[in-house]
Design a protein around this ligand. Sequence first.
Ligand code: ATP
Ligand code: MG
Length: 370
Amino acid sequence: MPERLPDAALRQALAISVDAVICVDAEQRIQFFNDGAARTFGYDEVEILGEPLDRLIPARFRHGHKSHMRRFGESDSGAQRMGERGEIRGLRKDGTEFPAEASIGHIKLPHGHLYSVVLRDVTERREIEEVNTQLVRNLRNAVTARDEMLGVVSHDLRNPVNAVKMLAAAIVRAGDREMVPLDVLQHAGVMQDAAIQMDTLIQDLLDVTRIESGRLQVSPQPVALRALVEGVVETLSPLAHAGEVVLKIECPKRLPKVDADPDRVMQLLSNLIGNGIKYTPRGGSVTISAEAQPEDIKVVVADTGVGISADELPRIFDRFWQSKRTNRSGAGLGLNIARGIVRAHGGRIWVESTEGAGTKVHCTLPRASR
Ligand SMILES: Nc1ncnc2c1ncn2[C@@H]1O[C@H](COP(=O)(O)OP(=O)(O)OP(=O)(O)O)[C@@H](O)[C@H]1O
Ligand SMILES: [Mg+2]
């Protein structure tokens, strides 16, 4: 490295810079105008040297700019870098304006100040930012529209689905009292199951739209968590039995009560335990444990199932997300709803998992004061 770069090398570096580099004297007359400046502003060096800097600034900013330069010249600060000054506007020879970022520096010479400006035309960047902002806005609008539609459709579907559910149940019940042909009875049973499934999906969709818009209501009251766990385990045991998965409860008998909405906690538990059963191969187990902590009660649903890979873990609470590795039964809403329920109680939920070994879903619920 030479101790001091030759001036010619520095001038060449400045000359070929893509950014505009301009020097002005104390009267703000242009003394140096590089190639980048020529390309940016549309002037040749010869026609602009000696001209006032104002020619490069839109008329409405000229006064403000002059006083800014004066203040800057009087200040101790030797330089202001790009981004420190916010965006400015440049004026091209053809009269068009453009957004720019600029750094400015000054040095005091015996015959007055010399200012140097390095300026970058950011038109393209702004355009890209505007397109991106518009895309994000469109995307948000589309998501909102989808959610609204989901809400309306789900709501309107509830009554007809309930009618099918009730009528199918009535036929199944009639089979106990009178002679109903066997195939009719079987069909009614299938209809009933399908209608229950549809109803569950509709409820989930409605919950997801409520969670998304912050409208999920909970009515907390002091409840014994163990009883809720036992209730859910009892409901899900036919499913566990069919999948040859063992359900175990490890809740201390004297667990303090939680301050929670019992229906919502049952829904939370059945989503978590249901997942455990669904994603655990035959011969495995799902263990539900609970322990009291100073502020809350921690519940853990641990399975010995297929697990979730590290790259998938960040997505599992997303609406409609399902791993490619699992069989995609269901709608991908259970964990999103589970998180919505836990958060509505002021609790936290998180997941630990090892692919091929099992998953632990932890969540906390507030302790009741009595
Ligand atoms: N215990 C688990 N073990 C392994 N993978 C799981 C477990 N729980 C959730 N997952 C993965 O996360 C995805 C999302 O779970 P989530 O409960 O939200 O939806 P789902 O079970 O697919 O459908 P839904 O709950 O709406 O019926 C699942 O599809 C599965 O891939
Ligand atoms: Mg699920």
